[in-house]
Ligand binder design. Structure first.
Ligand code: SF4
Length: 188
């Protein structure tokens, strides 16, 4: 798939702004942490998945329309717009990509995405197992019982009162802004 030339030809990074869930492997996370980023800056855990963090539906690493970690971006980003369609177990070109007609999926893309999907499933299962949960348990009861909310809230600090909560939120936003200013966009 000549994907990168298509993105570059059109100077397009729209896919990084669509609120798409980008699952991360443990290796992706370690590689990005080695660049100096703290995990809490770019990772969000949901139902055992580790996902790239978004702000206003946009990836935290997209700066000025450019991926600031391009050479070290996650495997899912490298393979995009080839995506794994879970319902049909098929690899497809994401129809949300505005240039999807220009991409061709190769055999290698299909193999890579199947391997990636297997790895993500395995790592998710390991994460849940470390919390004493199985994938089946979580998938079955999460929506009914709010179990995931309990899991995700485990590590969050307790808030004292509303005004403190607001101050903490303001401080977090200020820190995020400071961090962003320090990151220099990489050349595309
Ligand atoms: S890591 Fe880079 S390529 Fe991947 S979604 Fe974020 S900005 Fe886009």
């Amino acid at each position: 798939m000549a994907k990168k030339s298509v993105c570059r030809t059109h100077d397009c990074s729209l896919c990084c702004t669509l609120g798409t869930d980008v699952p991360l492997t443990n290796k992706d996370i370690e590689r990005i942490k080695e660049l100096g980023y703290k995990e809490e800056f770019f990772v969000e855990e949901v139902k055992g998945w580790k996902l790239l963090k978004l702000e206003d539906n946009t990836c935290v690493f997209l700066l000025g329309g450019i991926c600031s970690i391009h050479k070290n971006r996650p495997e899912s980003c490298r393979l995009y717009p080839a995506v794994f369609e879970v319902n049909t177990n098929e690899v497809i070109v994401d129809p949300e990509c505005v240039y999807s007609d220009e991409f061709r999926i190769t055999k290698k893309d299909i193999e890579s995405l199947h391997a990636l999907s297997d790895l993500l499933d395995k790592e998710r299962a390991e994460r849940l197992a470390a919390k004493g949960l199985s994938v089946e348990q979580v998938d079955k009861i999460v929506d009914e019982n709010g179990l995931i909310d309990e899991i995700e809230e485990e590590d969050e600090p307790e808030t004292v009162d509303d005004s403190n909560e607001e101050k903490q939120e303001d401080k977090k936003n200020e820190e995020k802004e400071e961090k962003k200013e320090k990151i220099q966009p990489a050349a595309h």
